[in-house]
Design a protein around this ligand. Structure first.
Ligand code: SAM
Length: 454
């Protein structure tokens, strides 16, 4: 791995940079694997071999050796997310920089593929709203799949430009901008990205980061929290942006307490505070984060007028067999029924009117002549009532199910049911006397054949 000399030169003088250790690490084969568990689905890490905690996240764990995630049904059930450890520091920014004792409205502006979104979802108090936005349309599919897999009910996935959020002035309590960046922090994982690095691209990213932040800031409430992060080491994308946020955007820096044993390097830039993660100082990739409070707000809050209609009594009755209905309201969009938490109805409705919403709440299914065809998202949502049949599959059969291969119906009850592994729903199937119709989504199926050691 050859790191460009101009890149190394640009890092000299940054606090915590140790040139020899940094270069050695990039020449070594060492890789760090970490996952974050989904507290809505499991309470303990489902790996028996070698795991240790990520010190700055209660849900994060390092794994050694790296297991095969593809052939673990619990991965597909959304029991954990494979995420780089440094990024889990977001947990500290939210815990220390926001008031998690009351419901919040949160925007994750640059959200695909969903690492931070699923993490935020696990940290938010009940009745909070999470808007998970991704401007690049082709990247929204994976984001939506991950939100569904996580089993969240309180997330709206949107496909908007940062500037579009200005129609919601002062709407959000917290905005997270995990900005597109020059990506140097991930060189160890993705050596091909090294070839794309240049001082010009750092400059370009820095200007784009400012534009994104300036565009979205009107949507932050007075007293609200902004969290900014990159996976770049460059000061133009890190310290300079903090300084600009404090001075030009008039934000107040929030200092976060860190344990010196964690190896994170705190930096102070004027009145702003930043936290840099060097892979030669801790177990994680290169990362940078800063948190701010907004002092004042401009623009009037949005007035809400209801638009979307909920279902009729008869239609709602048809759903009761399939979903735990308490605290939910049901809305139809083009024949598809979405379940929205009652407490978020107004926010979801407002978003549906103002933004390009691709997904919200839980896609429950399609109603055809007052009968529900349940959707995959419902199976993973944790909202299934007791009367829905759950077929407990062995690991081997669960993998076959996830590959959409034939499964022997022998010993299974007939009818529509959830295919489950270790009590965790994977998706729907219809068991007929002599065959099984597998409703696991084609686009999610495991394509790989299993190697003998996996
Ligand atoms: N937060 C994500 C996670 O934890 O999984 C990773 C986000 S990645 C660092 C940055 C994201 O910003 C990408 O998904 C990219 O498509 C998006 N992006 C690119 N250009 C953008 C722009 N001009 N405005 C907003 N987002 C942009």
């Amino acid at each position: 791995m050859q790191l460009p000399s101009r890149f190394i030169h640009s890092l000299r003088g940054l606090p915590g940079f140790d040139e020899a250790a940094f270069i050695d690490l990039h020449h070594s084969e060492a890789q760090v694997t970490s996952v974050r568990i989904n507290p809505c689905k499991i309470s303990e890490i489902p790996f028996t071999r070698g795991h240790t905690s990520v010190p700055w996240s209660r849900y994060g764990h390092y794994l050694s050796p790296r297991p095969s995630f593809t052939f673990d049904p619990l991965f597909h059930a959304g029991c954990y997310y494979v995420q780089e450890a440094s990024s889990m520091f977001l947990e500290q920014a939210l815990q220390q920089g926001a008031d998690l004792s009351r419901p919040l409205k949160v925007l994750d502006l640059c959200a695909a593929p969903g690492g931070k979104t699923t993490h935020i979802q696990s940290l938010l108090p009940a009745n909070s709203l999470l808007v998970s936005n991704e401007v690049i349309r082709s990247r929204t599919a994976v984001l939506k799949d991950n939100v569904i897999k996580w089993g969240a009910h309180n997330v709206a996935v949107t496909n908007n430009d940062p500037a579009d959020f200005s129609v919601l002035p002062g709407f959000f309590d917290v905005i997270i901008v995990d900005a597109p960046c020059s990506g140097s922090g991930l060189f160890r994982r993705d050596p091909e990205a090294i070839g794309e690095w240049s001082e010009g691209s750092v400059e370009l990213c820095s200007r784009r980061q400012q534009r994104i932040l300036a565009d979205v800031l009107p949507a932050l409430k007075e007293g609200g929290t902004l969290v900014y992060s990159t996976c770049s080491y460059s000061k133009e994308e890190d310290e300079y942006i903090l300084k600009w946020l404090a001075e030009a955007m008039d934000l107040e820096g929030i200092e976060l307490a860190t344990d010196p044993r964690w190896g994170i390097v705190p930096v102070k830039e004027g009145t702003a505070f930043g936290y840099r993660f060097w892979p030669h100082r801790l177990e994680g990739e290169g990362f940078f984060m800063g948190a701010f409070r907004k002092k004042a707000v401009t623009g009037k809050p949005e007035r809400y007028r209801p638009v979307n209609k909920t279902l009729s009594g008869k239609e709602t009755v048809a759903l009761s067999r399939w979903i735990l209905m308490e605290g939910l309201r049901f809305v139809a969009f083009g024949g598809r029924i979405y379940s929205w938490p009652e407490a978020l109805y107004e926010s979801f409705d407002l978003l549906a009117q103002k933004m390009k919403v691709l997904y919200s709440g839980v896609l429950t299914g399609e109603l055809i002549r007052n009968k529900l065809i349940p959707d995959h998202a419902l199976a993973l949502s944790g909202l299934l009532p007791g009367q829905v049949i759950r077929a407990g599959l062995s690991r081997e059969t669960a993998i076959r199910y996830l590959q959409r291969k034939e499964i022997d119906p022998e010993g299974l009850q007939t009818g529509w049911q959830v295919a489950a592994f270790a009590g965790q729903p994977l998706g729907w199937m219809n068991v007929l006397p002599n065959r099984i119709n597998n409703y696991y989504p084609k686009e999610l199926r495991i394509l790989k054949e299993r190697a003998p050691d996996e």
